[in-house]
Design a binder for this molecule. Structure first.
Ligand SMILES: Cc1cc2nc3c(=O)[nH]c(=O)nc-3n(C[C@H](O)[C@H](O)[C@H](O)COP(=O)(O)O)c2cc1C
Length: 162
């Protein structure tokens, strides 16, 4: 060991890529609160910044089940409020959204538009069944089209936030 070299050099100095300074953000949309709770838990565990995406227009319950589900199935976007973080400043972007009619809620399609290319993306889908098999391939394709470096896809069976 050279004179003056620290006994325990930081991970970055040891050449461990990503062990140090990996900046993570959890971007989520939640309608009834389950995904909010889940996203907060993930952010706490990973030491990540937590960012809520809000839709510009409030949804009624009936409107959500009818039009929201229909829009989700057609992979339509919804109008969302701007977020105050630039996602290009993060190495890993975790996105958490609920599942409507077997598809991610429309807010996901708007969040995807905000994604910079060449990022590690993790998608967490919160649903009462924990099953998105009918839409998973289509959703992954949308994210891959943004030029993601890697995509991890996770289904989570939700526990009611109430
Ligand atoms: C309009 C609507 C459609 C839903 N469709 C499904 C579905 O197809 N499959 C499923 O397992 N859960 C479905 N759910 C349940 C939600 O995905 C689940 O409760 C989720 O955790 C809600 O997240 P949130 O509380 O963050 O909005 C639906 C909920 C809503 C409001």
């Amino acid at each position: 060991m050279k004179k003056g070299e620290p006994l325990h050099p930081p991970a970055k100095a040891r050449g461990v890529r990503g062990a140090c300074c990996m900046k993570t953000v959890v971007v989520y949309y939640s309608y009834t609160g389950n995904t909010r709770k889940l996203a907060a838990k993930i952010a706490k565990k990973q030491g990540a910044v937590l960012v809520e995406v809000k839709e510009k227009k409030a949804r009624s319950k009936v409107g959500t089940y009818l039009f929201g589900s229909f829009a989700a199935m057609r992979q339509k976007k919804s109008k969302i409020e701007p977020i105050k973080y630039d996602l290009s400043n993060f190495d890993k972007i975790i996105i958490a959204v609920p599942v409507w009619a077997g598809y991610p809620a429309p807010a996901l399609n708007s969040i995807i538009e905000l994604l910079p290319s060449d990022k590690n993306i993790e998608l967490v889908l919160s649903s009462s069944s924990g099953d998105t098999s009918k839409s998973a391939d289509k959703t992954k394709a949308l994210i891959s089209r943004r030029g993601a470096k890697s995509v991890i896809y996770t289904d989570v069976k939700s526990v009611s936030a109430k």
